[in-house]
Design a binder for this molecule. Structure first.
Ligand code: C2O
Ligand code: CU
Ligand code: CU
Length: 511
């Protein structure tokens, strides 16, 4: 396997000391948060960050099955594709005809969904297309999407959360000529990162065992951060520019990404490809399902210095509080990650707790220098909000029920019918106390506005989007337009909410 190792530099394990968050992802007003340094446990050697194995989607077989891998500590069963963990990164070119065969070697049903791609109904991985053990499913679609970072994961009825959690989550990159012309870092300087959080049992065993109560209401929150399947991930980087292509592939965890030393980074793109222009940030909120395409310049750092990519502590105003009963079962993150002040955790680190994800250790070698153009994707306009809402979707979680407009998902019930090719404005409303990353299938959409809560669009929401984080008290308007007819899904990308029925079928009909 293509793993980079760099023993010998580890002694220099200086972890970034954060400062004030100039860019507060939540809230708005600058405030201080404890992004502070966390002493490395000297006995704890990091794990080399696995590089994602790459395959082409032009003619590919993906075999879902069980295998053994290491997340932290001993070996554990994981579920993945093609016997590779982390799952392979699929590369496609715009205009390609993708031919992908899914083979199911699990002992339960599964189906793959290409998150963010605009594909025909039969290729979208709706749960009604799930295949049983030993069966195969053929996907055929023309890649029409803008160059960008997409991803794939199961969409099995009621089993999306456990299957994704056990490791079935992979990146999918669409390449294209206009993007290649920008000369962004590539090859060893382009790093695909699947960020997740996990809960490990004794001996390092990965197990999905949600309990009634908080696991069902907040989602399955882990107590360690992982990158490309491993905890305590470390990667050696040269003193130069890197392109980090990040997906939040967690079940429920929202990451508020920061770099140690408050190192700034440049946002290039979000869910559906490049932004109109690059934006410098120090903090970026990435909810489950969302992607970020970042440029990080390590050239200002000294050889041997190390910088942690981590999720900083944050608060969600209006969020239902985690129960306070006792210390819970969560094992400590062994001196890493962070607590929530005096709050006790029940299972995993509560939403908003700090979590380390990947440590970059800077080598003495020089890396590439990049001159970014002022425009990345000049074709991206700023969509105007016409002020009228065509449909409203209320996301509500209470009493262990997760509903959209008061209803739970039913496989055969169509909740909305929309003519193909018609631009509509959809409004998502959250009057409750939980966070809901709202995801709409059928390609890319544009977020128009947010009222309540954070009350504005964030820099990473200005491009093409398929997922929008809807916090308590917020209303988001999204412009949608569908090309393919057929039945597609709209759902919460908190996978426990989704599996519990916070999902809805809409049918795109011929105009
Ligand atoms: Cu990534 Cu319907 O989901
Ligand atoms: Cu999707
Ligand atoms: Cu939700």
């Amino acid at each position: 396997m293509d793993r980079k190792t760099f023993f010998g530099v580890m002694g220099a394990g200086l972890v970034g000391v954060g400062g004030t968050n100039r860019f507060a992802g939540f809230g708005g007003a600058p405030r201080s948060a404890r992004v502070g340094s966390i002493a490395r446990d000297p006995g704890l050697a990091g794990s080399p960050l696995p590089r994602l194995p790459e395959v082409s989607g032009a003619d590919l077989t993906l075999t879902a099955g069980r295998m053994t891998a290491r997340v932290r500590g001993g070996a554990t069963e994981v579920w993945s594709y093609n016997g590779q963990f982390p799952a392979p990164l699929i590369r496609l070119r715009r205009g390609d005809d993708a031919r992908i065969r899914l083979v199911n070697e699990l002992d339960e049903d599964t189906i793959v969904h290409w998150h963010g791609l605009d594909v025909p109904e039969q290729a979208d991985g709706h749960p009604r297309f799930a295949i049983g053990p030993g069966e195969a499913y053929d996907y055929r679609f023309r890649v029409a999407d803008a160059p960008g970072l997409y991803w794939y994961h199961p969409h099995t009825h009621g089993r999306t959360a456990p299957q994704t959690y056990m490791g079935m989550a992979g990146l999918l990159v669409v390449d294209g000529e206009e993007e290649a012309a920008l000369g962004l870092p590539s090859g060893e300087f382009e790093l695909g990162l699947v960020l997740q959080d996990k809960r490990l049992a004794a001996g390092g065993a990965l197990r999905y065992s949600p309990e009634m109560g908080p696991d069902r209401m907040f989602g399955y929150l882990g107590d360690i951060g992982t990158a490309n399947g491993v905890a305590d991930a470390q990667v050696e980087v040269r003193r130069g520019a890197y392109r980090l292509r990040i997906v939040n592939g967690a079940n429920a965890r929202i990451f508020d990404l920061t770099l140690g030393n408050d190192l700034p980074f440049t946002l290039l793109g979000s869910d559906g490809g490049l932004l109109r222009e690059p934006v410098e940030l120090r903090r970026l909120t990435l909810a489950t399902g969302e992607r970020a395409d970042l440029l990080v310049d390590f050239s200002t750092l000294r050889a041997g210095e190390s910088i942690m990519l981590r999720s900083a502590e944050f608060e969600i105003p209006g969020m239902m509080m985690m129960g306070m009963q006792g210390g819970g079962r969560g094992r400590g993150p062994q001196g890493r990650g962070g607590g929530m002040g005096g709050m006790h955790r029940m299972n995993g680190i509560p939403q908003g707790g700090a979590m380390d994800l990947v440590e970059f250790v800077v080598s003495a070698e020089e890396g590439p220098k990049i001159e970014l153009p002022a425009r990345l994707d000049g074709s991206l306009d700023a969509p105007a909000d016409p002020g009228t809402v065509d449909r409203t979707f209320r996301f509500d979680s209470r009493m262990m029920q997760h509903t959209i407009n008061g209803r739970s998902f039913e496989m055969d019930r169509i909740d909305e019918r929309i003519p193909a090719g018609r631009r509509e404005v959809w409004e998502f409303v959250n009057d409750g106390g939980f966070a809901h990353p709202v995801h709409v299938h059928g390609g890319q959409h544009r977020i128009l506005s947010r009222e309540g809560g954070r009350a504005r669009l964030l820099p990473w929401e200005r491009g093409r989007k398929d997922t929008a984080l809807l916090l308590p008290g917020e209303r988001i308007r999204m412009a949608v337009e569908f090309r393919h007819t057929g039945v597609f899904l709209l759902h919460c990308h908190n996978l426990e909410h989704e599996d519990a029925g916070m999902m809805s079928n809409f049918e795109v009909v011929a105009p």
